[in-house]
Ligand binder design. Structure first.
Ligand code: GLC
Length: 511
């Protein structure tokens, strides 16, 4: 079976994983130095957030050169070394591809701005005349995902589209040069040995050429999210990827209305996998979690794609905090990971969740970098709180993140108790729970079968010999008979004596 059908993929947010040179910002050598940790954790692959040259208006999702490494993160040879070392340890590397937009500092956009309206080099982006007698009103009502309008006016009066920040102009995917360029970028990194790509905003590339206003009417087609034309791009890319040996993979970041729409991206000649955001956004309630699992399996089964599971990433509030924060949030998060890792399909871990890190909610305004914070005037705190550099050890002022005096976002003092070093020696730590679960997961196979359970409890078998029970509620419940007669493999919190499972606890049994 292809590795990506059941792989566990660890997301490395390069800015915040490990800093080798002491400038307070993570880098590729830092990632390299921590590969043994990831190997010991027991993951199969790493997804790296963008490390390309970039003005970093959106922490690297504004790419100025798709074929190099930003000096903050190292040099191209560091990427080659990282790929090489990871492979030597049996870890695969997935890199982030950002095709919806470039940086406004990309040579193409600079050329577009320097050229007059109507010039061919503007055709790679979405320049339009404004509305009104003087063209001083934006071409339509589209808004930026980061707040404010999606159009910025160039000095000569035309407007250009940016579904994200103004420093991230959207490319025009009907343009042949744009298509050719990305084919070439794929080959460039495939030739360097990467095992796959995570595709940023994969549902956004195609836009309605008429550029109508977004309509508030229910049921009306959206003019720029999830248009059918986008599928042509992925069919084209799949042919390229399939021309390479080694079972390489695409994973799409696809936010759509339903798992049925998601499944269209995962037809056999398109992308292999996509993030399952229904699972990520499900509240800590048994019915909602079960629905997310069932919806995904029902919708993806017919196209033959595996489900993927994810609880956190660099864009969302960390799940310890989403699930209630503090001791309660951590307890639920530990139960949730046993649920997630017992499911059939592949799973994504976001750096630091294996340490039980919560969202940092009290960052001072001055240190926040996320354009979401700026563009909403602070109404939305943005995503910096899940991007705080990892606490590794007591080795330095930045808790082992790097040799320098600080990290680009300050770490809460309480994280001194959560370092990987501290947790390594504690058998009850979250780190050791993840390690144990990942090791046991390797032997899991077989179909999922739900057991009927009382409200608030989920239980399912995998194949014939494995059972997972999750008590989502807060008080202890009597275990199903199958579990009572089975052998306990792992629990997310200390077990109470007898046949009961405590609140917010998951357990795995051999039975
Ligand atoms: C994706 C990324 C996010 C980024 C955005 C724009 O959603 O995950 O971090 O800000 O795309 O590229």
């Amino acid at each position: 079976m292809s590795w990506w059908r059941h792989a566990v993929i660890y997301q490395v947010y390069v800015w915040s994983f490990a800093d080798s040179d002491g400038d307070g910002i993570g880098d590729l050598r830092g990632v390299r130095s921590r590969l043994p940790y990831l190997r010991e954790l027991g993951v199969d692959a790493i997804w790296l957030n963008p490390f390309y040259p970039s003005p970093q208006a959106d922490n690297g999702y504004d790419v100025a050169d798709y074929r190099d490494v930003d000096p903050r993160f190292g040099v191209l040879a560091d990427a080659d070394d990282l790929i090489h070392d990871a492979h030597a340890l049996g870890l695969r590397i997935i890199i982030d591809l950002v095709p919806n937009h470039t940086s406004s500092e990309h040579p193409w956009f600079r050329a577009a701005l320097a050229a007059p309206p109507g010039a061919a080099v503007r055709g790679r982006y979405l320049f339009r005349d404004g509305r009104g007698r003087y063209g001083d009103r934006p071409p339509n009502n589209w808004t930026s995902r980061f707040g404010g309008r999606a159009w910025t006016r160039a000095p000569d009066g035309q407007w250009y589209l940016h579904l994200f920040a103004p420093q991230q102009p959207d490319l025009d995917w009907t343009d042949d040069e744009v298509r050719a360029e990305f084919r070439d970028i794929l080959r460039y990194w495939l030739d360097r040995g990467v095992d796959g790509f995570r595709i940023d905003v994969a549902h956004g590339l195609a836009k309605d050429p008429q550029m109508p206003d977004v309509s508030a009417e229910p049921g009306s087609a959206h003019p720029h999210w999830d248009l059918d034309e986008v599928h042509d791009v992925y069919r084209d890319w799949r042919r390229i990827l399939d021309g390479y040996p080694g079972d390489r993979v695409f994973v799409g970041e696809i936010w759509v209305q339903s798992t049925e729409r998601l499944a269209l991206y995962l037809r056999p000649d398109e992308l292999h996998t996509a993030f399952n955001f229904e699972f990520l956004t499900a509240p800590w309630e048994a019915a909602a979690l079960r629905k997310a699992v069932d919806d995904s399996r029902r919708a993806l089964g017919p196209v033959g794609a595996p489900a993927t599971w994810v609880l956190s990433n660099h864009d969302v509030v960390r799940h310890v905090t989403r699930y209630g924060g503090g001791e309660t949030g951590l307890r639920r998060a530990r139960a949730a990971i046993l649920l997630m890792l017992a499911l059939p399909g592949s799973a994504y871990l976001y750096q630091g969740e294996e340490l039980g890190l919560p969202e940092v909610e009290d960052l001072p305004d001055e240190v926040r970098r996320d354009p979401v914070f700026q563009r909403t005037g602070g109404a939305d705190p943005g995503r910096d709180g899940c991007r705080v550099p990892l606490p590794w050890s007591a080795a330095s002022a930045s808790l082992g993140f790097g040799p320098g005096p600080e990290s680009w976002l300050p770490q809460p003092p309480a994280w001194a108790a959560l370092t990987a070093e501290r947790q390594n020696g504690d058998p009850t730590s979250t780190l050791n729970l993840y390690r144990a679960a990942l090791a046991l997961r390797r032997d899991l196979n077989g179909e999922l079968t739900w057991l009927s359970t009382p409200g608030g409890v989920l239980a399912f078998r995998r194949g014939s010999g494995f059972l997972c029970v999750i008590n989502v509620g807060d008080s202890a419940v009597r275990l199903p008979a199958e579990a009572r007669s089975g052998a306990l493999l792992l629990t997310s919190s200390a077990r109470v004596p007898g046949d009961f499972l405590p609140g917010a606890t998951a357990a795995w049994y051999r039975c």
